[in-house]
Write a protein that binds this ligand. Structure first.
Ligand SMILES: [Zn+2]
Length: 580
């Protein structure tokens, strides 16, 4: 959507030191700037910003990225929004606002219209709230002050089939249906939301993209949300994030609850770091957005069967995303309580005590696994291992996984090695070098790793690598392959800076590996780009001679008929000319 050339211009134009300094106090130390990391709690600075290389890296928690990535992580902005934000500070015109094809231009105008309509609808509902003593009474009855109602821009949709006609004289406009404000049924049009307290749903940039409406009395459905529209995609949006963002960062904690009323009530009682998903189960997008902002993520569910089911689903979504350094917890409230009723009945301190004591992801997982079977029998213990297997395979954080493997092994009465073997966890552990699947000359190690670090001297160096010469079993080789592919997609690979490289890779599975190689290069190796380019080519030469030594050795074995089938396959694969 955003052209590469624009991103490159933008990253050349902005200075990451300025961008980060807006939020973090930085001190110059040598070539870099350092400060307290905004992504984890620390007393001595391990957060480093390189003006020469235009990226940041935290030696404490591993956070890293360029200016775009910083805004995404720090402000919780989406990619496009982060680019827009940066472009605005750099005084650059976003290319998407240049008229492209007539259809595209029309679609964009349409979207602008839709935002304006939503904004106008919100203003209308807010004005109506002031005119409705019944709705005001309702909110007061729930302990909400005018200040909180204003902060969340709460409104009221009157009990009238076409109330919005007063805000939109052009009530027949198709756009009102497109926004989800008006329903069309058998040629008749009427307001979707009637006699409901209205909670605007805001995008990360603060634009109204949808509404949630709650009945005042006993009616059904209790909550009604906007449908999916061009502006509103349920699985991506988080209710209350705009209002909670700063508090989440300060508290280091984000709390995910189920309803907007919970978010607002918690904020009223001083728990400002709560947000809600919008009528959908927790998605990976929700989890990763929040983990970028907070040091700790707490899911809060009702204590009933439905709540436990929703919690289990959130756990499954979280397993691959859970980092080693940020705990995820699962809070279950007593039956018949929700966060709204609990905080009103027991107050902030009691609620926060429960949050502090909430079981962690590993405790919740182990508790559920243990509860499922009888550990007194060998059958029960082996059932535990097979039940645990799919979940453990999902966990990407090596430390967390190790801890849970140890706990499962202890419960099942087997050793850690036995547990890993039964659950087939060995070779998939992230970034650990896989056990060699074939006889490997010892000088195989290190060259790929070195190339991956040195390529940051000048990314286009990667194009000189003969990928067939790399050991295909190493993650570094796969990462180099991705870099080559990414460069091949650009028009001018020579001009790709190393800060840009990470951008080009997108959601690569090796992104972390590549970013830490980048940090190692610029902050650890201390070579000039020229020295590093020289080193890179030396390493390539070593790779070439390693390959020819291997080729000779294999060929000799094949000629003596002493090669294994595996060795023949390797020879075939690497050293025989490839067919058309
Ligand atoms: Zn950090």
């Amino acid at each position: 959507m955003i052209p590469e050339s624009f991103k490159q211009d933008l990253l050349n134009r902005v200075d990451i030191v300025d961008v980060v300094s807006r939020y973090v106090k930085l001190k110059k130390g040598g070539a870099n700037f350092t400060g307290l990391c905004p992504f984890h709690n620390e007393k001595s600075p391990s957060f480093s910003v390189s003006p020469a290389k235009q990226f940041y890296h935290c030696f404490g928690c591993g956070a890293h990225g360029n200016a775009i990535g910083f805004l995404m992580s720090y402000a919780g902005l989406g990619y496009v929004d982060a680019v827009k934000d940066l472009a605005a500070t750099a005084g650059m015109q976003m290319p998407e606002f240049r008229p492209a094809s007539p259809q595209e231009a029309a679609r964009r105008d349409r979207e602008t219209d839709l935002y304006a309509i939503m904004e106008r609808a919100m203003d209308f509902y807010r004005a109506e709230l002031k005119k409705s003593p019944r709705a005001i009474e309702y909110l007061k009855g729930r302990g909400l002050t005018g200040e909180i109602a204003a902060r969340f821009r709460i409104g009221y949709a009157p009990d009238d089939w076409q109330a919005l006609r007063r805000a939109f004289p052009e009530y027949e406009d198709r756009a009102l249906v497109e926004c989800g404000l008006v329903v069309e049924n058998e040629g008749k049009r009427y307001d979707r939301f009637r006699d409901r307290v209205m909670f605007p749903i805001l995008s990360a940039r603060g634009a109204v993209i949808g509404f949630g409406g709650r009945v005042l009395g006993p009616g059904e459905p209790k909550y009604l949300n906007s449908p999916e529209t061009p502006l509103f995609e349920k699985g991506r949006e988080i209710y209350g994030l705009v209002q909670a963002r700063d508090v989440i960062r300060k508290a280091g904690r984000a709390l995910v609850v189920e309803g907007y009323m919970d978010v607002v009530a918690l904020a009223q009682y001083g728990v400002g770091y709560a947000v809600a998903t919008l009528g959908t189960a927790t998605t990976a997008t929700h989890v990763s957005k929040l983990l970028r902002l907070a040091d700790e993520l707490v899911f809060c569910f009702d204590g009933d069967v439905a709540g436990r089911k929703a919690a289990w689903r959130a756990l499954e979504v979280s397993l691959p995303l859970a980092p080693d350094h940020k705990p995820i917890r699962f809070l279950f409230l007593p039956e018949d309580e929700d966060p709204d009723s609990y905080v009103r009945g027991h107050g902030k301190d009691a609620f926060e005590r429960r949050v502090d004591e909430a079981p962690t992801l590993s405790e919740f997982l182990l508790g559920e696994l243990r509860g499922a079977g009888d550990l007194g029998s060998p059958e029960g213990r082996s059932r535990l291992l097979s039940a645990a297997k799919p979940h453990l395979k999902q966990i990407a954080a090596p430390g967390l996984r190790l801890q849970i493997v140890k706990a499962v092994a202890a419960l099942a009465g087997v050793s850690q090695e036995e547990a890993e073997q039964i659950m087939e966890l060995r070779q998939a552990r992230s970034y650990a070098r896989p056990a060699p699947a074939r006889p490997q000359p010892s000088h195989h190690f290190g060259l790929e790793e070195r190339l991956l670090a040195l390529v940051f001297a000048k990314p286009s160096l990667a194009l000189e690598v003969d990928l067939d010469r790399l050991d295909p079993a190493l993650p570094e080789s796969k990462a180099l392959g991705e870099i080559v592919a990414a460069l091949a997609r650009t028009e001018r690979p020579d001009e790709v800076s190393d800060g840009m490289l990470i951008e080009l890779l997108g959601e690569s599975p090796h992104r972390d590996l590549i970013a830490s190689a980048q940090a190692r290069f610029w902050m650890g190796l201390k070579l000039s780009p020229e020295e590093a380019s020289g080193e890179f080519r030396d390493t390539l030469a070593k790779l070439g001679s390693r390959a020819s030594a291997e080729e000779k050795a294999l060929l000799a074995k094949i000629l003596k008929k002493s090669a294994t089938a595996e060795e023949e396959r390797i020879f075939q694969e690497r050293y025989m000319p490839k067919g058309p």
